[in-house]
Design a protein around this ligand. Structure first.
Ligand code: NDP
Length: 329
């Protein structure tokens, strides 16, 4: 038996979440690698799954946890053997395949990537899907030719998981980062991660004009809705926006004007189904670029049982940086 967070659907459609004991036979039959999970995380999506606030869970019962890091204990997959250290992000784990907020998981070997050399399981989960997505966004800006000398780069939802890591990565890469946040009291925190300037998100979150004063060479947006529309409307000629999130909303109330008059590029960033090569590239960049002392500032560690009480807090925007779950605690 091992401990796990388990989600069940009530008759009225609501979600019931509890810390319970499972045995190996309850894990998915279609996994070919049994792993021991040392650390997991709470991402925004895990918050949605545990509270049932949005229908991200597509199979019941479900173990949430879209991220995990630990050790392989048994494998029928040719690439994995007992003792190998892995990191797992996405692929529908914690949504349609039982996830990593549990001491054990049965996963597909094709989904796992080797834990980067020298990185601990805890560090990998301090980064988690949020940090790996932030790296995918930074890679997208660089690939579209956004260079530090081109001008200011905006990060929205800056005090959240994606935002905090994006601020740190972009600042370390030499960009002048402007952090947009609803928590202006976190200005010192954001500056300690490398933000050159902190702005109140209220300046971006209300409906705005389709074309506004040019300001940003690049944008990493984890917020969507009017914030994304305003950011796009403020991008300088030929600049790029990497859009990955919907913390304000899934809508995109914008016009084509920035695209057809300023050649602005809007790049969608998905971490869940990103190909393996892309993941390995992102994780190897993270291993090189994410410093332990920076991650220390970003991370708050909680034991497995507290995953339940932190889930609503992340949805309410009440989490600074990243939540790491010590699954064994
Ligand atoms: P967090 O909750 O940690 O961060 C989200 C941040 O957005 C909050 O901290 C807050 O930052 C800001 N925010 C919250 N509500 C609002 C609002 N109503 N209006 C404006 N800003 C708001 O979540 P994550 O960083 O884990 O995820 C961020 C988003 O990215 C989520 O929508 C998530 O689903 C998405 N995501 C997408 C991925 C992909 O593959 N595309 C992967 C990972 C995440 P502040 O207080 O500083 O303004």
């Amino acid at each position: 038996m091992f401990r796990a967070i388990l989600l069940n659907k009530n008759e009225d459609g609501s979600t019931r979440a509890e810390l319970t004991q499972l045995d190996d036979a309850q894990l998915p039959a279609d996994g070919d690698v049994m792993v021991e999970v040392d650390y997991s995380t709470i991402n925004y999506k895990d918050g949605l799954a545990i509270t049932g606030k949005s229908p991200v869970v597509r199979k019941w019962p479900m173990v949430p946890g879209i991220d995990g890091a630990g050790t392989v204990i048994a494998s029928q997959h040719p690439d994995w053997k007992p003792g190998d250290a892995f990191v797992l992000n996405g692929w529908g784990v914690g949504e349609s395949h039982m996830g990593c907020l549990a001491e054990r998981a049965k996963l597909k070997g094709d989904w796992l990537i080797p834990l980067p050399h020298g990185m601990s399981a805890r560090t990998a989960m301090a980064i988690g899907t949020a940090g790996y997505t932030a790296m995918l966004c930074a890679m997208a800006l660089a690939e579209q030719g956004v260079k530090p000398e081109d001008g200011d780069v905006l990060v929205t939802g800056a005090s959240g998981g994606v935002g905090s890591v994006a601020v740190a990565i972009l600042a370390a890469r030499g960009y002048k980062v402007v952090a947009s946040t609803g928590k202006v009291a976190e200005a010192d925190y954001l500056k300690s991660l490398g933000a050159a300037e902190v702005i109140d998100r209220a300046a971006l979150s209300a409906p705005g004009k389709p074309l506004q004063k040019e300001r940003w060479a690049g944008v990493v947006d984890s917020v969507g809705s009017h914030t994304l529309a305003n950011a796009v409307a403020q991008v300088r000629y030929g600049g790029t926006v990497a859009a990955c999130g919907l913390a304000q909303g899934m809508d995109f109330p914008a016009s084509v004007a920035p695209f057809i008059l300023r050649g602005v590029k809007l790049i969608g960033v998905d971490s869940v189904m990103a190909p393996r090569d892309r993941r390995i590239a992102a994780w190897s960049n993270l291993a090189l670029e994410m410093k332990d002392d920076t991650l220390q500032k970003i991370t708050h560690e909680i034991p497995l049982a507290e995953a339940l009480s932190w889930a609503p807090k992340i949805l309410a925007g009440g989490v600074r940086g990243r939540l790491v779950v010590n699954v064994k605690a």
